[in-house]
Design a protein around this ligand. Sequence first.
Ligand SMILES: C[S@@+](CC[C@H](N)C(=O)[O-])C[C@H]1O[C@@H](n2cnc3c(N)ncnc32)[C@H](O)[C@@H]1O
Length: 212
Amino acid sequence: MGREFIDLFDKWAISYDEAVTGKDPEYRAVFENYDTILTEVTNHAEGNVLEFGVGTGNLSQKLLDAGHHVIGIEPSVAMRDAAKAKHPNLIVKDGDFLAFPQLDMPIFTIVSTFAFHHLTDEEKDKAIKAFSVLLPSNGKIVFADTAYENKETKERIFNKAKEQGYNDLLYDLTTEYYPMIDTLRTLFEKNGFYVTFKQMNDFAWLIVAERQ
Ligand SMILES: C[S@@+](CC[C@H](N)C(=O)[O-])C[C@H]1O[C@@H](n2cnc3c(N)ncnc32)[C@H](O)[C@@H]1O
């Protein structure tokens, strides 16, 4: 479940780091402030960390540098290989937000950047519910991901991509499950989290949720 985009990431793995550093004009605005976003997620992490959608391991590296024990989960073989090639000491296992191997240490923080939108809103609900069971009281979910503040923002972003002829970005915007901020707020709160949002660029929001 939620794995329908894996082929795309297997193909993207080789050039992914060029996109996040602004070399692909279509994704420049999506990944604007990428390094700052990853640093901010890292600054909110506490204790042992479970990371979903590791990609090429850019967030994992920051978490390791900050002294955290990290278990990475990544469904794309090519992304796992890229992450392991860059960070040989990183633990990266096959899995996804909804199905992952049994963990051999207690987790205090669950992190993910630019990945949660691969789940439908129904799947996001299931994942957050499972995380509320996995985390202790005061445990945290710290995500950064694309989300829309409202319907007008969604329309503006879509129309701009169309005007610019950014067809890859348009394809993502129409096929992936970018949520509304209000939907995310409802999902976190109904599963027992106190949640805050901070806009990081035109697309991405920092989401910090604490289990009550
Ligand atoms: C845009 S990349 C982000 C990579 C990295 N987190 C970063 O910030 O650069 C999205 C990642 O999520 C992974 N992914 C896709 N579907 C997923 C799922 N259902 N569960 C977990 N990860 C998923 C992809 O394989 C890819 O590595």
